[in-house]
Design a protein around this ligand. Structure first.
Ligand SMILES: [Cu+2]
Length: 376
């Protein structure tokens, strides 16, 4: 049965997809085999449900209308009709089997994260994603190992908190990031998910990928993107007030472009792939610390851009905006030690260490220095 379904389901799915491409109610167009299977299953099960619905309600309404009391019908009284009982047990059982068999096959394929070409750790933070290229295998061995960065929402605060109603929202409103996840086309990418604070979820609909990111646990999922381009997703677990502000952008590029990109990353972070690969002990360190460490223990600008910029570049919710001298003057008057302390321990709405408890104190101080230097 599975083999005949293989031939007709995608055909039906393609037809339905084409018919509804303009509609926004459908699933996103699948770009991996897993997503295509999920899409076909969705269509197939929808058809099964629709057929059952029509048959059951058809029979019911036909009986109610044609055999009603007012046209002279009498209710039949019978008990224990063995034939009927066998039929209504066996038929649903077969229907369930017909749905469970293909679904199980897809689920097993979704869970098979073996033989990946690249392994990337995705760490959920309130409220951003951190990516770390842990390992490449086969012809991608060592190419991207050790690359790590944060991926922050890049939709401007003006667009989000537009009080005047005059700012035009972009096409990818709340779905743009500063640093997208970059992966090669046609290669199996294993994603390890975990989180730093609360439960998040890594979700890219067109890849058919959705995996919870749970603090203290590592979960995994995988995808092989079949075409180049940009694909978007979001955190899919309610994770706090800015849950809607942690999108995922995956840029799928050719293998050559990927190698070029990876080489450039390694140069930028000063962490050549070979060096990090040779120091597996460093892998045990929490990602956040490593990200901070990659820029030198006290690179205030980097820490600021990774952790503090979200609030302090725009002045959201009363955060003193970096560069506004008048706003900073009374705060500077408290002296630097007070500022350090407030940045480390938190103050009012400002969370301790800007919400990243893994940051070393020295990094927070460096970020404060950076902010102060720009605001004096
Ligand atoms: Cu989240």
């Amino acid at each position: 049965m599975a083999s005949t379904m293989k031939t007709w389901i995608p055909a039906v799915a393609a037809a339905v997809w084409a018919g509804s491409a303009a509609a926004t109610l459908n699933l996103q167009e699948p770009t991996t085999t897993i997503a295509a299977q999920i899409y076909s299953l969705h269509t197939y099960i929808l058809v099964v449900c629709a057929v059952i619905f029509v048959l059951v309600f058809g029979a019911m309404f036909y009986s109610i209308l044609k055999h009603r009391k007012s046209v002279g019908h009498k209710a039949a009284h019978f008990h224990e009709n063995t034939t009927v009982e066998i039929v209504w047990t066996v038929v649903p059982f077969l229907i369930l089997l017909g749905m469970a068999a293909p679904a199980t096959k897809t689920i097993l394929a979704m869970k098979d994260t073996s033989n990946a070409d690249i392994t990337i750790k995705a760490v959920g933070y309130q409220w951003k994603w951190g990516y770390e290229y842990v390992r490449g295998e086969g012809d991608l061995a060592g190419v991207s190992d050790g690359i790590k960065f944060y991926s922050n929402l890049s939709t401007t605060m003006d667009e989000i908190y537009d009080k005047t109603g005059t700012v035009k929202k972009g096409d990818n409103y709340l779905l743009d990031v500063d640093n997208p996840l970059v992966v090669p086309v046609g290669k199996k990418v294993r994603i390890l998910t975990t989180a730093n604070d609360v439960i998040h979820a890594f979700w890219v609909p067109s890849f058919g990928v959705k995996q919870d990111a749970i603090p203290g646990f590592i979960r995994d999922t995988w995808f092989t993107a079949e075409k180049t381009g940009e694909f978007r997703g979001q955190c899919a677990e309610l994770c706090g007030k800015e849950h809607g502000f942690m999108p995922i952008v995956v840029k799928v590029v050719t293998v050559d472009e990927f190698k070029t990109w990876a080489a450039k990353q390694a140069k930028d972070t000063g962490a050549p792939a070979a060096e990090t690969a040779a120091a597996p002990a460093a892998e045990a360190a929490p990602a956040a610390e490593k990200v901070a460490a990659a820029g030198g223990a006290a690179d205030g600008k980097k820490v600021y851009e990774a952790t503090c910029v979200a609030c302090h570049s725009t002045g959201v919710a009363g955060a003193p905006k970096v560069g506004e001298k008048a706003v900073w003057a009374p705060r500077l008057a408290q002296g630097k030690d007070a500022l350090y302390e407030h940045a480390i321990k938190g103050k009012g709405i400002m969370p301790p260490k800007g919400g990243n408890p893994a940051l070393p104190d020295a990094d927070v101080k460096a970020a404060v220095d950076h902010m102060v230097a720009l605001s004096k």
